[in-house]
Design a binder for this molecule. Structure first.
Ligand code: NI
Length: 161
């Protein structure tokens, strides 16, 4: 496993659409392991492959409170249903030091493939729903900063509020 470099906003790759994954190769497996390590090291709750410079529809979601919980690996995720609404601060490893309020659904149903390309359906609410929406946006080249209500703030200024 190896840490991968996180692409920072302004890098044009972050605005590109990622491609479907139809086959799991050794390289795909290595990418997923590296993404896990990178996410863990950065203390993030989610990571999309494009953020490490690979245009594949793969995201990791790690919203568990448990210290050693493995992130959920979602390949070709599609949000099938949404319900309700939530507003809250969001951040992104590709936009370091910044945060802003974003409106997201309160609950989502997401379909994806696992690392064996088996279909999985999962539903969740709150931070899970927020994270899945944020990471799926990355796969379509969308950054949360364009969804922010009001202004993008420095993380430090919000923590002091
Ligand atoms: Ni992000």
């Amino acid at each position: 496993m190896a840490l991968r470099q996180i692409r920072i906003m302004g890098d044009p790759i972050l605005e590109k659409r990622s491609k479907e994954v139809n086959m799991i190769t050794d390289r795909t497996r290595e990418l997923i392991e590296d993404m896990k390590e990178t996410l863990y090291e950065q203390n993030g709750v989610g990571l999309a492959a494009v953020q490490v410079g690979v245009l594949k529809r793969i995201i990791l979601v790690d919203v568990s409170d448990e210290e050693d919980a493995e992130p959920i690996v979602m390949i070709n995720p599609v949000i099938k249903e949404t319900e309700g609404e939530q507003e809250g601060y969001e951040g992104c490893l590709s936009v370091p030091g910044k945060t802003g309020i974003v409106k997201r659904p309160q609950r989502v149903v997401v379909e994806f493939q696992n690392e064996n390309l088996e279909s999985v359906t999962m539903e969740g609410e709150g931070i899970f729903a927020r994270c899945v929406c944020h990471e799926c946006d990355h796969l379509d080249g969308e950054m949360y900063v364009h969804r922010v209500i009001g202004v993008l703030k420095d993380v430090d200024s919000v923590e002091e509020e």
